[in-house]
Design a protein around this ligand. Structure first.
Ligand SMILES: CC(C)(COP(=O)(O)OP(=O)(O)OC[C@H]1O[C@@H](n2cnc3c(N)ncnc32)[C@H](O)[C@@H]1OP(=O)(O)O)[C@@H](O)C(=O)NCCC(=O)NCCS
Length: 184
C-alpha cells in the first residue's frame, strides 16, 4: 500500500514543533533547535557546570560564557551548523537543560559534534538523545562522518560515545584527547 502522507525529515519535525523525548525518569521532554532568546539560560547552564565539566566542554579554562559567546552559540550558521536543546521541567522550567551541536556540516564533510547537559539533568539519557538527533541531522545533510574530541579522563562522554557506536582512537598529537568518529 502506498502511503499518501509525506514523511517529514527530522530537521523538518524539529523546526516545525520540536520532538518529544522520554527521559529515564519517565517524563517527556521537549527538544528543539536553539534560538537567540536562549542566551541568558545558556550562560546560567554553563555556570552550573563544574570546573571539570567546563574544561571537558571547552578544552580550556573559560569560567563564564560572555554574552557575545552565548549569542554566537545561540545563532548557529544555518549553512553549516545545527544545535538542539532540551527544555527543562519542574524547578528548571524555562531553562535549557543542555543539548548537542554539529558544526562544519555539508555534503561529504566530517562534521564535529559537541554535547553538554546541566548536572541536575544528567543520567536521564537526554544527552544521548540530543547527540543522536544531531547525528541524524548530519546524515540528512549528507555529511560523510561525525567526529568529536573527548578528554581522556571524560569517562561519561567516552561511555556515551561508545554506547552510540563511535570508534575511539588516541589523538597522535595529544595524549590527553581521544578522537571519536563515526561514518554516516
Ligand atoms: C557527557 C555528558 C553530556 C553526559 O550527560 P548525561 O546526561 O550523563 O548523558 P546520558 O544520561 O544521556 O547518558 C548516556 C550514557 O553515558 C553513560 N554515562 C553517563 N554518565 C556516566 C558516568 N558518570 N560514568 C560512566 N558512564 C556514564 C551511560 O552509559 C549512558 O548510557 P545509557 O543511556 O545507555 O545508560 C555530561 O556528563 C556533561 O555535560 N559533561 C560536561 C560537558 C562534556 O564533557 N561534554 C562533552 C564534550 S565532547
Amino acid at each position: 500500500m502506498v502511503s499518501s502522507g509525506k514523511q517529514r525529515t527530522i530537521g523538518e519535525k524539529l523546526s516545525a514543533a520540536g520532538l518529544t523525548v522520554r527521559g529515564k525518569d519517565g517524563q517527556d521532554y521537549h527538544m528543539r533547535p536553539i534560538r537567540p532568546s536562549d542566551a541568558a539560560s545558556l550562560i546560567r547552564g554553563y555556570d552550573a557546570l563544574s570546573d571539570r565539566g567546563k574544561r571537558f566542554r571547552m578544552f580550556s579554562v573559560i569560567p563564564h560564557l560572555s554574552e557575545e559567546m552565548a549569542a554566537d552559540f545561540c545563532s548557529p550558521d544555518p549553512e553549516s551548523e545545527v544545535c538542539v536543546v532540551v527544555d527543562g521541567r519542574g524547578t528548571l522550567k524555562g531553562e535549557i537543560l543542555g543539548g548537542a551541536r554539529l558544526a562544519d556540516m555539508g555534503p561529504g564533510r566530517a562534521a564535529e559534534f559537541s554535547v553538554s547537559m546541566r548536572p541536575e539533568a544528567r543520567g536521564l539519557g537526554l544527552a544521548r538523545q540530543a547527540l543522536e538527533t544531531v547525528i541524524d541531522l548530519g546524515r540528512e545533510a549528507g555529511c560523510a562522518s561525525v567526529w568529536g574530541a573527548i578528554a581522556t579522563r571524560n569517562e561519561a562522554m567516552l561511555n556515551l560515545a561508545t554506547r552510540i557506536g563511535f570508534t575511539l582512537s588516541r589523538d597522535p598529537d595529544d595524549f590527553s584527547v581521544i578522537r571519536a568518529e563515526m561514518a554516516l
